[in-house]
Ligand binder design. Structure first.
Ligand code: HEM
Length: 475
Protein backbone atom coordinates (compact mmCIF):
# COMPACT_ATOMS: atom_id res chain seq x y z
CA UNK A 1 0.00 0.00 0.00
CA UNK A 2 1.18 3.53 -0.68
CA UNK A 3 1.36 5.85 2.32
CA UNK A 4 -0.44 8.88 0.87
CA UNK A 5 1.39 11.18 3.30
CA UNK A 6 4.76 10.23 1.86
CA UNK A 7 6.96 11.75 -0.82
CA UNK A 8 10.45 11.13 -2.25
CA UNK A 9 9.32 7.68 -3.41
CA UNK A 10 11.56 5.31 -5.29
CA UNK A 11 9.72 4.01 -8.36
CA UNK A 12 11.71 0.75 -8.11
CA UNK A 13 10.88 0.15 -4.42
CA UNK A 14 9.84 -3.56 -4.28
CA UNK A 15 7.23 -2.74 -1.60
CA UNK A 16 5.47 -0.38 -4.01
CA UNK A 17 5.79 -2.57 -7.08
CA UNK A 18 2.22 -3.79 -7.14
CA UNK A 19 0.83 -0.25 -6.72
CA UNK A 20 3.11 1.27 -9.35
CA UNK A 21 2.36 -1.49 -11.85
CA UNK A 22 -1.37 -0.82 -11.33
CA UNK A 23 -1.17 3.01 -11.42
CA UNK A 24 -1.23 4.62 -14.88
CA UNK A 25 1.88 6.40 -16.13
CA UNK A 26 2.19 10.15 -16.71
CA UNK A 27 0.87 11.07 -13.26
CA UNK A 28 3.97 10.85 -11.10
CA UNK A 29 6.28 11.81 -13.94
CA UNK A 30 5.78 13.35 -17.37
CA UNK A 31 5.93 10.77 -20.16
CA UNK A 32 8.40 13.13 -21.85
CA UNK A 33 7.36 12.34 -25.42
CA UNK A 34 7.08 15.17 -27.96
CA UNK A 35 4.20 14.03 -30.17
CA UNK A 36 0.78 13.09 -28.85
CA UNK A 37 -2.82 12.49 -29.84
CA UNK A 38 -5.69 13.09 -27.42
CA UNK A 39 -8.65 11.03 -28.62
CA UNK A 40 -12.05 11.98 -27.17
CA UNK A 41 -14.58 9.17 -27.27
CA UNK A 42 -18.34 8.87 -26.78
CA UNK A 43 -19.81 5.46 -25.95
CA UNK A 44 -22.91 4.07 -27.67
CA UNK A 45 -23.44 0.72 -26.03
CA UNK A 46 -22.53 0.13 -22.36
CA UNK A 47 -21.65 -3.54 -22.66
CA UNK A 48 -19.58 -3.18 -25.85
CA UNK A 49 -17.89 -0.10 -24.40
CA UNK A 50 -16.94 -1.97 -21.21
CA UNK A 51 -15.40 -4.70 -23.38
CA UNK A 52 -13.45 -2.01 -25.25
CA UNK A 53 -12.23 -0.48 -21.95
CA UNK A 54 -11.07 -3.91 -20.73
CA UNK A 55 -9.17 -4.51 -23.97
CA UNK A 56 -7.59 -1.02 -23.86
CA UNK A 57 -6.28 -1.83 -20.37
CA UNK A 58 -3.83 -4.26 -21.97
CA UNK A 59 -2.04 -1.45 -23.82
CA UNK A 60 -2.19 1.24 -21.12
CA UNK A 61 1.26 2.16 -19.76
CA UNK A 62 1.66 1.74 -16.01
CA UNK A 63 3.90 4.02 -13.91
CA UNK A 64 6.37 1.15 -13.57
CA UNK A 65 6.34 0.36 -17.32
CA UNK A 66 6.91 4.06 -18.03
CA UNK A 67 9.99 3.94 -15.85
CA UNK A 68 11.25 0.68 -17.38
CA UNK A 69 10.80 1.96 -20.93
CA UNK A 70 12.67 5.17 -20.03
CA UNK A 71 15.58 3.06 -18.74
CA UNK A 72 15.56 1.01 -21.94
CA UNK A 73 15.35 4.12 -24.12
CA UNK A 74 18.37 5.64 -22.37
CA UNK A 75 20.36 2.44 -22.86
CA UNK A 76 19.34 1.51 -26.41
CA UNK A 77 17.37 4.41 -27.92
CA UNK A 78 14.34 2.13 -28.36
CA UNK A 79 11.09 4.11 -28.33
CA UNK A 80 7.83 2.93 -26.73
CA UNK A 81 4.31 4.16 -27.40
CA UNK A 82 2.86 5.70 -24.23
CA UNK A 83 -0.85 5.07 -23.71
CA UNK A 84 -3.23 6.36 -21.06
CA UNK A 85 -7.00 6.01 -20.72
CA UNK A 86 -9.22 8.34 -18.69
CA UNK A 87 -12.98 8.36 -18.11
CA UNK A 88 -15.29 11.32 -17.41
CA UNK A 89 -18.19 11.31 -14.90
CA UNK A 90 -20.56 10.96 -17.89
CA UNK A 91 -18.33 8.11 -19.05
CA UNK A 92 -18.75 6.15 -15.81
CA UNK A 93 -22.52 6.68 -16.06
CA UNK A 94 -22.59 5.63 -19.73
CA UNK A 95 -20.71 2.45 -18.81
CA UNK A 96 -23.27 1.75 -16.04
CA UNK A 97 -20.51 1.39 -13.45
CA UNK A 98 -21.83 0.68 -9.98
CA UNK A 99 -21.70 3.89 -7.88
CA UNK A 100 -19.59 2.16 -5.24
CA UNK A 101 -16.89 1.55 -7.86
CA UNK A 102 -16.93 5.09 -9.29
CA UNK A 103 -14.49 7.75 -8.06
CA UNK A 104 -15.94 10.49 -5.87
CA UNK A 105 -15.20 14.14 -6.64
CA UNK A 106 -17.80 16.87 -6.89
CA UNK A 107 -16.44 18.51 -10.04
CA UNK A 108 -15.69 15.21 -11.76
CA UNK A 109 -19.23 13.97 -11.13
CA UNK A 110 -20.82 17.22 -12.35
CA UNK A 111 -18.56 17.68 -15.38
CA UNK A 112 -17.00 20.88 -16.69
CA UNK A 113 -20.08 22.00 -18.65
CA UNK A 114 -22.31 22.03 -15.55
CA UNK A 115 -22.45 25.72 -14.69
CA UNK A 116 -25.06 25.26 -11.91
CA UNK A 117 -22.90 23.12 -9.64
CA UNK A 118 -21.52 25.30 -6.82
CA UNK A 119 -18.04 25.11 -5.37
CA UNK A 120 -16.43 26.33 -2.16
CA UNK A 121 -13.77 28.57 -3.52
CA UNK A 122 -13.43 31.18 -0.79
CA UNK A 123 -10.13 31.15 1.08
CA UNK A 124 -9.75 30.79 4.84
CA UNK A 125 -12.90 28.72 5.38
CA UNK A 126 -15.42 31.42 4.31
CA UNK A 127 -18.01 29.19 2.76
CA UNK A 128 -19.53 31.01 -0.18
CA UNK A 129 -20.49 28.39 -2.72
CA UNK A 130 -19.95 29.78 -6.21
CA UNK A 131 -21.50 28.56 -9.46
CA UNK A 132 -19.29 28.66 -12.57
CA UNK A 133 -16.15 29.64 -10.62
CA UNK A 134 -14.01 29.28 -13.74
CA UNK A 135 -16.07 31.94 -15.61
CA UNK A 136 -16.51 29.52 -18.53
CA UNK A 137 -18.91 30.02 -21.41
CA UNK A 138 -19.45 26.67 -23.18
CA UNK A 139 -21.19 28.56 -26.05
CA UNK A 140 -17.68 29.63 -27.10
CA UNK A 141 -16.33 26.09 -27.01
CA UNK A 142 -15.60 23.98 -30.05
CA UNK A 143 -18.58 21.89 -31.09
CA UNK A 144 -17.01 18.56 -30.04
CA UNK A 145 -16.59 19.67 -26.42
CA UNK A 146 -20.14 20.99 -26.14
CA UNK A 147 -21.59 17.49 -26.26
CA UNK A 148 -20.96 14.57 -23.90
CA UNK A 149 -17.43 13.18 -23.86
CA UNK A 150 -16.97 9.84 -22.10
CA UNK A 151 -13.33 8.91 -22.41
CA UNK A 152 -9.98 10.33 -23.35
CA UNK A 153 -7.29 8.06 -24.77
CA UNK A 154 -3.85 9.63 -24.85
CA UNK A 155 -1.10 8.30 -27.13
CA UNK A 156 2.42 9.76 -27.12
CA UNK A 157 5.63 8.87 -28.90
CA UNK A 158 9.03 10.29 -29.78
CA UNK A 159 11.59 11.81 -27.47
CA UNK A 160 13.50 15.04 -28.03
CA UNK A 161 15.53 14.72 -31.24
CA UNK A 162 13.45 11.82 -32.55
CA UNK A 163 12.11 11.85 -36.10
CA UNK A 164 8.79 13.69 -35.79
CA UNK A 165 7.26 12.02 -38.86
CA UNK A 166 7.94 8.60 -37.42
CA UNK A 167 6.46 9.70 -34.07
CA UNK A 168 3.36 11.10 -35.82
CA UNK A 169 2.97 7.85 -37.77
CA UNK A 170 3.14 5.84 -34.51
CA UNK A 171 0.45 7.86 -32.71
CA UNK A 172 -1.75 8.05 -35.82
CA UNK A 173 -1.59 4.28 -36.18
CA UNK A 174 -2.77 3.97 -32.55
CA UNK A 175 -5.71 6.31 -33.29
CA UNK A 176 -6.64 4.24 -36.34
CA UNK A 177 -6.58 1.05 -34.30
CA UNK A 178 -8.75 2.67 -31.64
CA UNK A 179 -11.28 3.78 -34.28
CA UNK A 180 -11.43 0.23 -35.64
CA UNK A 181 -11.95 -1.21 -32.15
CA UNK A 182 -14.88 1.17 -31.52
CA UNK A 183 -16.49 0.60 -34.88
CA UNK A 184 -18.28 -2.57 -33.80
CA UNK A 185 -20.82 -0.42 -31.92
CA UNK A 186 -18.97 0.44 -28.70
CA UNK A 187 -18.77 4.15 -29.54
CA UNK A 188 -17.29 6.85 -31.74
CA UNK A 189 -14.40 9.29 -31.78
CA UNK A 190 -15.71 12.78 -31.01
CA UNK A 191 -12.48 14.62 -31.83
CA UNK A 192 -8.71 14.17 -31.88
CA UNK A 193 -6.40 16.88 -30.55
CA UNK A 194 -2.80 16.76 -31.82
CA UNK A 195 -0.10 17.86 -29.39
CA UNK A 196 3.46 18.69 -30.28
CA UNK A 197 6.08 19.84 -27.77
CA UNK A 198 7.92 23.00 -28.86
CA UNK A 199 11.56 23.27 -27.86
CA UNK A 200 14.10 26.10 -27.76
CA UNK A 201 17.68 25.92 -29.03
CA UNK A 202 18.89 24.13 -25.90
CA UNK A 203 16.07 21.59 -25.93
CA UNK A 204 13.90 23.09 -23.18
CA UNK A 205 10.15 22.75 -23.69
CA UNK A 206 8.54 26.12 -24.42
CA UNK A 207 4.94 27.21 -24.91
CA UNK A 208 3.65 29.32 -27.81
CA UNK A 209 4.30 32.73 -26.26
CA UNK A 210 7.94 31.59 -26.27
CA UNK A 211 8.51 30.95 -22.54
CA UNK A 212 10.17 27.89 -21.05
CA UNK A 213 7.36 25.80 -19.57
CA UNK A 214 6.97 22.88 -17.20
CA UNK A 215 9.80 24.17 -14.99
CA UNK A 216 7.98 24.26 -11.68
CA UNK A 217 5.87 21.21 -10.92
CA UNK A 218 5.35 19.43 -7.61
CA UNK A 219 7.61 16.38 -7.43
CA UNK A 220 6.94 12.97 -5.86
CA UNK A 221 9.70 10.72 -7.12
CA UNK A 222 13.14 10.50 -5.54
CA UNK A 223 14.88 10.68 -8.94
CA UNK A 224 13.14 14.00 -9.74
CA UNK A 225 13.76 15.44 -6.27
CA UNK A 226 17.45 14.48 -6.48
CA UNK A 227 17.66 16.29 -9.81
CA UNK A 228 15.89 19.39 -8.47
CA UNK A 229 18.21 19.40 -5.48
CA UNK A 230 21.27 19.27 -7.73
CA UNK A 231 19.75 22.09 -9.79
CA UNK A 232 19.53 24.66 -6.97
CA UNK A 233 18.54 23.01 -3.68
CA UNK A 234 15.43 23.53 -1.54
CA UNK A 235 16.48 26.40 0.70
CA UNK A 236 13.73 28.80 -0.38
CA UNK A 237 11.17 26.54 -1.99
CA UNK A 238 10.45 22.87 -1.44
CA UNK A 239 9.09 21.34 -4.68
CA UNK A 240 8.10 18.03 -3.08
CA UNK A 241 4.46 17.05 -2.70
CA UNK A 242 2.93 14.19 -0.75
CA UNK A 243 1.72 11.60 -3.20
CA UNK A 244 -1.79 12.02 -1.68
CA UNK A 245 -1.92 15.46 -3.34
CA UNK A 246 -1.88 13.76 -6.73
CA UNK A 247 -3.49 10.32 -6.38
CA UNK A 248 -6.46 8.86 -4.52
CA UNK A 249 -7.57 5.26 -3.88
CA UNK A 250 -9.53 3.91 -6.84
CA UNK A 251 -12.74 2.28 -5.54
CA UNK A 252 -13.08 0.35 -8.82
CA UNK A 253 -9.74 -1.43 -8.56
CA UNK A 254 -7.95 -3.86 -6.28
CA UNK A 255 -6.79 -3.11 -2.71
CA UNK A 256 -3.62 -1.44 -3.98
CA UNK A 257 -5.34 0.59 -6.68
CA UNK A 258 -4.99 4.34 -7.16
CA UNK A 259 -6.02 6.89 -9.73
CA UNK A 260 -5.93 10.64 -10.26
CA UNK A 261 -8.38 13.38 -11.27
CA UNK A 262 -7.60 15.29 -14.46
CA UNK A 263 -8.54 18.75 -15.68
CA UNK A 264 -8.31 19.06 -19.47
CA UNK A 265 -8.67 22.47 -21.13
CA UNK A 266 -7.95 23.42 -24.71
CA UNK A 267 -6.56 26.97 -24.40
CA UNK A 268 -6.13 28.91 -27.62
CA UNK A 269 -3.29 31.47 -27.54
CA UNK A 270 -3.19 34.75 -29.46
CA UNK A 271 0.52 34.94 -30.27
CA UNK A 272 0.40 38.15 -32.32
CA UNK A 273 -1.79 39.87 -29.73
CA UNK A 274 0.47 38.81 -26.85
CA UNK A 275 3.64 40.03 -28.60
CA UNK A 276 2.10 43.39 -29.64
CA UNK A 277 0.59 43.96 -26.21
CA UNK A 278 3.93 43.16 -24.54
CA UNK A 279 5.58 45.79 -26.76
CA UNK A 280 2.91 48.35 -25.80
CA UNK A 281 3.34 47.53 -22.13
CA UNK A 282 7.13 47.87 -22.42
CA UNK A 283 6.66 51.35 -23.93
CA UNK A 284 4.11 52.35 -21.31
CA UNK A 285 6.31 51.24 -18.41
CA UNK A 286 9.58 52.38 -19.99
CA UNK A 287 11.16 48.92 -19.71
CA UNK A 288 12.51 46.60 -22.39
CA UNK A 289 10.30 43.90 -23.94
CA UNK A 290 12.12 41.04 -22.26
CA UNK A 291 11.38 42.52 -18.85
CA UNK A 292 7.77 43.38 -19.76
CA UNK A 293 7.18 39.75 -20.79
CA UNK A 294 8.84 38.49 -17.61
CA UNK A 295 6.64 40.75 -15.46
CA UNK A 296 3.59 39.21 -17.14
CA UNK A 297 4.75 35.58 -16.86
CA UNK A 298 6.82 35.73 -13.65
CA UNK A 299 9.82 34.30 -15.49
CA UNK A 300 11.87 35.44 -18.50
CA UNK A 301 11.58 33.41 -21.69
CA UNK A 302 14.64 31.38 -20.68
CA UNK A 303 13.08 30.54 -17.30
CA UNK A 304 14.98 33.04 -15.11
CA UNK A 305 12.55 34.04 -12.30
CA UNK A 306 11.91 37.81 -12.51
CA UNK A 307 11.68 37.92 -8.70
CA UNK A 308 15.38 37.02 -8.63
CA UNK A 309 16.84 39.40 -11.21
CA UNK A 310 15.81 41.98 -13.81
CA UNK A 311 17.55 40.37 -16.79
CA UNK A 312 17.40 36.88 -18.31
CA UNK A 313 20.39 34.60 -18.59
CA UNK A 314 20.14 31.60 -16.30
CA UNK A 315 18.88 29.19 -18.93
CA UNK A 316 18.31 26.44 -16.41
CA UNK A 317 15.41 25.01 -14.44
CA UNK A 318 16.05 26.99 -11.27
CA UNK A 319 13.11 26.72 -8.90
CA UNK A 320 14.50 27.41 -5.41
CA UNK A 321 12.95 30.83 -4.88
CA UNK A 322 10.05 32.48 -3.10
CA UNK A 323 8.74 36.02 -2.69
CA UNK A 324 9.86 36.65 0.93
CA UNK A 325 11.89 39.71 -0.10
CA UNK A 326 9.26 40.98 -2.48
CA UNK A 327 6.02 41.26 -0.49
CA UNK A 328 4.52 44.02 -2.61
CA UNK A 329 5.53 42.71 -6.02
CA UNK A 330 8.15 45.29 -6.97
CA UNK A 331 10.24 42.59 -8.61
CA UNK A 332 7.72 39.89 -9.48
CA UNK A 333 4.30 41.58 -9.77
CA UNK A 334 1.46 40.20 -7.63
CA UNK A 335 -0.51 39.65 -10.85
CA UNK A 336 2.18 37.74 -12.76
CA UNK A 337 1.09 34.32 -13.98
CA UNK A 338 3.62 32.17 -12.11
CA UNK A 339 3.06 34.06 -8.82
CA UNK A 340 -0.73 33.88 -9.13
CA UNK A 341 -0.80 30.21 -9.89
CA UNK A 342 1.72 29.34 -7.14
CA UNK A 343 2.09 32.21 -4.63
CA UNK A 344 4.98 30.49 -2.79
CA UNK A 345 3.95 31.72 0.67
CA UNK A 346 2.03 34.93 -0.19
CA UNK A 347 -1.10 33.74 1.62
CA UNK A 348 1.00 32.97 4.70
CA UNK A 349 2.86 36.29 4.53
CA UNK A 350 -0.34 38.31 4.03
CA UNK A 351 -3.00 36.46 5.98
CA UNK A 352 -1.09 34.07 8.23
CA UNK A 353 -2.84 31.21 6.48
CA UNK A 354 -0.86 27.97 7.08
CA UNK A 355 1.61 27.29 4.31
CA UNK A 356 0.47 23.66 4.18
CA UNK A 357 -2.94 24.86 2.95
CA UNK A 358 -1.48 26.96 0.16
CA UNK A 359 0.84 24.12 -0.81
CA UNK A 360 -2.08 21.66 -0.85
CA UNK A 361 -3.57 23.60 -3.80
CA UNK A 362 -0.73 22.63 -6.13
CA UNK A 363 -1.44 20.74 -9.34
CA UNK A 364 0.79 18.58 -11.51
CA UNK A 365 0.79 20.06 -15.02
CA UNK A 366 1.32 17.83 -18.03
CA UNK A 367 0.05 19.97 -20.91
CA UNK A 368 1.41 20.07 -24.47
CA UNK A 369 1.23 22.69 -27.22
CA UNK A 370 -0.92 22.34 -30.33
CA UNK A 371 -0.89 24.14 -33.68
CA UNK A 372 1.91 25.38 -35.92
CA UNK A 373 5.39 25.83 -34.47
CA UNK A 374 5.53 29.41 -35.91
CA UNK A 375 5.85 31.62 -32.82
CA UNK A 376 5.53 34.87 -34.79
CA UNK A 377 2.49 34.72 -37.07
CA UNK A 378 1.36 37.95 -38.78
CA UNK A 379 -2.31 37.49 -37.80
CA UNK A 380 -4.12 37.22 -34.45
CA UNK A 381 -5.80 34.10 -33.03
CA UNK A 382 -4.23 31.39 -35.18
CA UNK A 383 -5.21 27.80 -34.42
CA UNK A 384 -2.48 27.44 -31.79
CA UNK A 385 -2.32 27.05 -28.05
CA UNK A 386 -1.96 24.76 -25.10
CA UNK A 387 -3.71 21.45 -24.43
CA UNK A 388 -3.66 22.12 -20.69
CA UNK A 389 -3.82 18.94 -18.61
CA UNK A 390 -3.21 18.63 -14.88
CA UNK A 391 -3.46 15.87 -12.28
CA UNK A 392 -4.66 16.27 -8.70
CA UNK A 393 -6.43 14.53 -5.82
CA UNK A 394 -9.36 16.97 -5.60
CA UNK A 395 -10.47 19.21 -8.48
CA UNK A 396 -12.42 21.72 -6.36
CA UNK A 397 -9.61 22.26 -3.84
CA UNK A 398 -6.83 22.36 -6.38
CA UNK A 399 -7.44 23.43 -10.00
CA UNK A 400 -10.76 25.22 -9.44
CA UNK A 401 -9.39 27.05 -6.41
CA UNK A 402 -6.27 28.18 -8.30
CA UNK A 403 -8.20 29.31 -11.37
CA UNK A 404 -11.00 31.06 -9.47
CA UNK A 405 -9.54 32.38 -6.25
CA UNK A 406 -6.08 33.23 -7.49
CA UNK A 407 -5.99 33.69 -11.31
CA UNK A 408 -9.47 35.14 -11.96
CA UNK A 409 -9.51 37.28 -8.81
CA UNK A 410 -8.81 40.99 -9.31
CA UNK A 411 -8.33 41.52 -5.57
CA UNK A 412 -6.04 38.64 -4.66
CA UNK A 413 -3.61 39.72 -1.90
CA UNK A 414 -4.42 43.41 -2.45
CA UNK A 415 -7.43 45.31 -3.71
CA UNK A 416 -7.51 46.05 -7.44
CA UNK A 417 -4.26 44.34 -8.43
CA UNK A 418 -6.03 42.82 -11.42
CA UNK A 419 -6.31 39.32 -12.87
CA UNK A 420 -3.58 36.89 -13.90
CA UNK A 421 -2.62 38.38 -17.32
CA UNK A 422 -2.17 34.90 -18.88
CA UNK A 423 -4.58 32.43 -17.28
CA UNK A 424 -7.11 34.82 -15.68
CA UNK A 425 -10.63 34.52 -17.11
CA UNK A 426 -13.03 37.46 -16.84
CA UNK A 427 -16.73 36.72 -16.10
CA UNK A 428 -18.99 38.03 -18.90
CA UNK A 429 -20.65 40.62 -16.61
CA UNK A 430 -17.39 42.05 -15.25
CA UNK A 431 -14.84 44.31 -16.83
CA UNK A 432 -11.10 43.85 -17.06
CA UNK A 433 -9.26 46.18 -14.73
CA UNK A 434 -5.60 47.09 -15.13
CA UNK A 435 -2.91 45.35 -13.12
CA UNK A 436 -0.16 47.10 -11.18
CA UNK A 437 3.41 46.85 -12.56
CA UNK A 438 6.80 48.24 -11.44
CA UNK A 439 8.41 50.68 -13.89
CA UNK A 440 11.77 50.31 -12.17
CA UNK A 441 12.48 46.75 -11.10
CA UNK A 442 12.59 46.47 -7.31
CA UNK A 443 12.19 50.23 -6.68
CA UNK A 444 9.44 51.38 -4.28
CA UNK A 445 6.92 53.98 -5.54
CA UNK A 446 7.61 53.08 -9.16
CA UNK A 447 4.32 51.29 -9.90
CA UNK A 448 2.01 52.03 -12.82
CA UNK A 449 -1.21 50.49 -13.90
CA UNK A 450 -1.64 48.91 -17.31
CA UNK A 451 -4.25 46.43 -18.47
CA UNK A 452 -2.81 43.21 -19.93
CA UNK A 453 -4.78 40.08 -20.81
CA UNK A 454 -7.32 38.34 -23.04
CA UNK A 455 -4.73 36.49 -25.11
CA UNK A 456 -5.90 33.04 -24.00
CA UNK A 457 -9.34 31.62 -24.80
CA UNK A 458 -10.93 28.49 -23.46
CA UNK A 459 -12.11 26.30 -26.38
CA UNK A 460 -13.41 23.30 -24.46
CA UNK A 461 -12.52 20.60 -22.01
CA UNK A 462 -13.69 18.12 -19.40
CA UNK A 463 -12.85 16.59 -16.04
CA UNK A 464 -11.63 12.98 -16.05
CA UNK A 465 -10.44 10.24 -13.74
CA UNK A 466 -7.40 8.11 -14.62
CA UNK A 467 -8.43 4.70 -13.26
CA UNK A 468 -6.04 2.03 -12.07
CA UNK A 469 -5.29 -0.78 -14.49
CA UNK A 470 -7.08 -3.25 -12.22
CA UNK A 471 -10.24 -1.11 -12.44
CA UNK A 472 -10.00 -0.95 -16.25
CA UNK A 473 -9.44 -4.71 -16.50
CA UNK A 474 -12.48 -5.52 -14.38
CA UNK A 475 -14.76 -2.82 -15.80
C1 HEM B 1 -2.20 29.17 -22.40
C2 HEM B 1 -2.22 29.30 -21.08
C3 HEM B 1 -1.00 29.18 -20.24
C4 HEM B 1 0.30 29.46 -20.54
C5 HEM B 1 0.88 29.98 -21.84
C6 HEM B 1 1.09 29.17 -19.36
C7 HEM B 1 2.47 29.34 -19.26
C8 HEM B 1 3.21 29.14 -18.12
C9 HEM B 1 4.62 29.38 -17.99
C10 HEM B 1 5.53 29.88 -19.11
C11 HEM B 1 4.98 29.09 -16.73
C12 HEM B 1 6.39 29.24 -16.10
C13 HEM B 1 7.21 28.02 -16.22
C14 HEM B 1 6.96 27.00 -15.17
O1 HEM B 1 7.09 27.29 -13.97
O2 HEM B 1 6.61 25.88 -15.54
C15 HEM B 1 3.80 28.64 -16.04
C16 HEM B 1 3.76 28.22 -14.73
C17 HEM B 1 2.62 27.76 -14.10
N1 HEM B 1 1.34 27.74 -14.61
FE1 HEM B 1 0.78 28.28 -16.46
N2 HEM B 1 0.25 28.73 -18.38
C18 HEM B 1 -1.03 28.73 -18.87
C19 HEM B 1 -2.19 28.36 -18.21
C20 HEM B 1 -2.23 27.95 -16.90
C21 HEM B 1 -3.43 27.61 -16.19
C22 HEM B 1 -4.85 27.65 -16.76
C23 HEM B 1 -3.06 27.25 -14.93
C24 HEM B 1 -3.92 26.83 -13.78
C25 HEM B 1 -5.01 27.48 -13.46
C26 HEM B 1 -1.61 27.36 -14.85
C27 HEM B 1 -0.85 27.04 -13.76
C28 HEM B 1 0.51 27.21 -13.67
C29 HEM B 1 1.28 26.84 -12.50
C30 HEM B 1 0.76 26.19 -11.23
C31 HEM B 1 2.61 27.19 -12.77
C32 HEM B 1 3.82 27.01 -11.85
C33 HEM B 1 4.12 28.29 -11.08
C34 HEM B 1 5.24 28.09 -10.07
O3 HEM B 1 5.27 27.03 -9.43
O4 HEM B 1 6.06 28.98 -9.94
N3 HEM B 1 -1.14 27.79 -16.07
N4 HEM B 1 2.73 28.69 -16.91
Amino acid sequence: MINLNSTNLDITDPDLRSSFSDLQGGILKSHGRDVSRHVFVRFHDAELARTWVRSMAESVTSALQQHESAVEWKATGKEHLFTSLMLSGDGYRALHVDQARAPRDKAFTAGMKDLDQTYNTAPRGDHKPTANPLADDPQDWEEAFRSEVHALALFAYGSDGHDDDEAAAAVDAAVKELAAALSGGAGEIVCVQSGHALRNDIGQVIEHFGFTDGVSDPLVLKSDLDRAYANGGFEHYDPSINIGGVIVPDPGGGPDAYGSFVVYRKLQQNLRGFADHTAQMADALGVDRDLAGALVMGRFKDGTPVGEQSVPGWRNEFNDFNYDDDWTGLRCPLASHARRSNPRGDTYRRFGSPETIERSRRIVRRGISYGTPDLDPPQEWTDTGLLFLCYQANIEDQFIFIQHTWCNNQDFLEDAVGRDPVAGQCPADEQRNPQVWPTQWGRPHSERSFEFGDHVRMRGGEYFFVPSLSALRTM
